[in-house]
Design a protein around this ligand. Structure first.
Ligand code: GSY
Length: 167
């Protein structure tokens, strides 16, 4: 069983419903268990600024899938939720990125883990820290990530909702 962290983002349609839908679709995959979810944050677009604000969150999963199989599942969720890649950094109904996968370090055409831009993205680091902060055996990761987060933190519109009670 491997532990992985996924970043979810949406800035088209009913953004909150899109996030909820994506989590449900992750839970429907037999080899994935959603263990924790962060709060939802409303964030300024990074990259291409002339687009609506995003809603972002991070989820922690346990999975029996390999990183490649997990990537296939996240891409299926993106396309089922209607993602169309019109602009590389443009608006999208759903973006699901693999941020961390156990202690995996890899860089190939298909997949780079840890996610290469996670450190400079407050919309990833802040919800990730929120999950780490509530889990004692993740203290080491928490300190490492906090360090990077302090260095790189950018603008953030702030938390939209409290995390659900049961996660
Ligand atoms: O890489 C994820 C898609 N994305 C986002 C996002 O999820 N949130 C914010 N705030 N900006 C973004 N720019 C891109 S591209």
């Amino acid at each position: 069983m491997s532990r992985s962290y996924l970043s979810l983002g949406s800035n088209l349609g009913n953004r909150e419903e899109n996030l909820t839908h994506a989590i449900r679709m992750l839970e429907d995959v037999e080899q994935i268990r959603v263990e924790k979810t962060s709060s939802i944050y409303q964030t300024e677009p990074v990259g291409y600024s002339n687009q609506p604000d995003f809603l972002n969150m991070v989820v922690r999963i346990d999975t029996e899938l390999s990183p490649e199989q997990l990537l296939d599942e996240t891409q299926k969720i993106e396309s089922e939720l209607g993602r169309v890649r019109a602009l590389r950094f443009g608006p999208r109904t759903m973006d699901v990125d693999i941020i961390l996968f156990e202690n995996e370090k890899r860089k190939d055409e298909k997949l780079t883990i840890p996610h290469p831009r996670m450190w400079e993205r407050a919309f990833v680091m802040i919800p990730l820290l929120e999950i780490f902060e509530n889990t004692s055996n993740e203290v080491f990761e928490c300190e490492t990530v906090r360090l990077y987060s302090d260095i790189h933190s950018g603008s953030n519109r702030g938390k939209l909702s409290e995390k659900p009670e049961n996660k």
